[in-house]
Design a protein around this ligand. Sequence first.
Ligand code: FDA
Length: 396
Amino acid sequence: MVENYTEKHDVVVVGGGAAGLMCAATAAARGRSVVLLEHNRKPGAKILISGGGRCNFTNQDTTAAAYLSENPHFAKSALSRYTPWDFMDMLARHGVTWHEKTLGQLFCDQGAKRILEVLLRECEDAGAEVRTGTGVKSVQCRNGHYEVATSSGLLQASSLVVATGGLSIPKMGATSFAYDIARQFSIPVTEPAPALVPFTFADTDLAFMKSLAGVATDCVVSLGAATFRENLLFTHRGLSGPAILQISSYWSSGKAITVNLLPDEPDALLWLRTTREGRPKAGLKSILAERLPSRLAEAVADHWPGPIGTMSNKVLATVAQRLVSWQLTPSGTEGFAKAEVTRGGVSTAALSSKTLEAKTQAGLYFIGEAVDVTGWLGGYNFQWAWASGWAAAQDL
Ligand code: FDA
């Protein structure tokens, strides 16, 4: 064994997830010598569990409007240069097929494992080494080179790409490495927070939701200008389901969300009044059950027993309000343990949108979820990982 032996590469990528693997393969294909360090025993853990094991690998309607960031324009450059079709071309070269589930979301027919195999094959074919079970102890920049001390020795590279993702799901290997490195080099970090995460509730709201745990319903949920029409799911802790995960990315403590349980009903009050005229003996429960899951209809109608014919205009207005403009203030979220992604991250103000290189630190790049660019649910986060990884690789 040679003491103090320093391995030299053009590029060290830290993090073997979606962004890191894409970046490593692309940079190696451009002729760079690349080593990727992943502290888990296997790369791509989140790819494997994504999309319920089928990996919603992109969204064919991707535009920068589907991303949250302090700078809403930041993602445009990378997203426009590496599009969903570029990723599909790569999959097609490997014989992988896919299908659209809903809302432009593309899922892999052969499962998430196949997506990871494609990325690892791309790395192998291009000559990028994927080194797993290798943690990074420290990073120094000396004479324009990055020295990366790992659990298995010292590496030197002219470029260091940080692709270690955000804080969500720590038990899968998430760390604050990207933010720590950013701070070490005086690069600002926008406060990270859980996103695409279920809400928790307290008191009477929680009791109501608990009683409906497992019930899902189509709805429109909104907060300020953000609005999503998808399913809502009642849980033992509060609310989840795609509509709730989407709006959670826009939520901060103390804010109320508005839920419309009758998204296809243009005038709920008119509908209730007309029903009262036509079927005065009908109970609210059976009327609501025509538009809502029966358990939900029953729970809502519980507050207003008796036939609809006995209900005043004022009562019907209250019922309508509850159905189309249900105001709810979550007590919190289920946190990073359950968040699909992390909002915030390395500040876009400190990075080049074209190359993802730090403006004040030559040779240091941040890509993927580590950056303050957070996509909606539906394949957008992987598309950002591919696009930002590819964009950085063009500069390496
Ligand atoms: P990612 O987190 O994937 O990779 C970072 C890697 O760095 C990990 O392998 C980690 O172990 C490693 N690492 C961390 N710290 C390290 C250190 N100090 N040293 C070495 N290695 C380190 N998105 C989407 O578009 N479609 C989908 O279907 C889903 N589904 C989904 C399901 C679930 C349950 C979750 C939790 C998330 C999703 N996502 C998703 C989000 C998507 O998985 C996520 O946005 C991307 O994986 C981000 O890719 P990155 O490569 O940036 O980080």
